[in-house]
Design a protein around this ligand. Structure first.
Ligand SMILES: [Zn+2]
Length: 111
C-alpha cells in the first residue's frame, strides 16, 4: 500500500481550502470589502428578508467565493454578520446589503 497525502491550501481571509496554491493565492488576492466596523453587541437594522427591524450583532464572518452563487462573486470576501432579531424572529445571517447601521443614541429602549 502506498500512502499519499493530499495537500490543501487555505485562504487566510475567508478560510476556503483549495487543491492548488495558485487557487488559494487568487482567493487571497481578492480584497476584503464591506467592513462597516460593526462589532458584537452593536445594533443594526435589517432591511431585507425575514425579521426586518432592529437586531443585535452576535458575530462577524467573511464570505467565501461560493456564497450566494446566484449572485456571482457579489459576496466574495465581504464581511457578514450574525444577529439576533430584537423583535423575536430568531437569528439571522446578514450580508452587507441586508442591514443598515443604527446610531447608538437613537435606539429606543423598551420600558
Ligand atoms: Zn478567500
Amino acid at each position: 500500500m502506498k500512502v499519499s497525502e493530499v495537500k490543501e491550501y487555505q485562504c487566510e481571509t475567508c478560510g476556503s481550502k483549495y487543491r492548488t496554491e495558485g487557487a488559494a493565492r487568487l482567493c487571497e488576492s481578492k480584497p476584503l470589502t464591506q467592513d462597516r466596523g460593526v462589532q458584537k453587541g452593536d445594533k443594526v437594522r435589517i432591511i431585507r428578508g425575514d425579521g426586518q427591524g432592529l437586531a443585535t450583532v452576535e458575530g462577524r464572518h467573511v464570505y467565501d467565493l461560493e456564497w450566494g452563487h446566484y449572485a456571482w462573486e457579489r459576496y466574495w470576501h465581504t464581511v457578514g454578520l450574525t444577529a439576533k432579531c430584537d423583535e423575536g424572529f430568531g437569528h439571522r445571517q446578514l450580508t452587507f446589503d441586508d442591514y443598515e447601521l443604527v446610531p447608538v443614541d437613537t435606539t429606543v429602549t423598551k420600558a
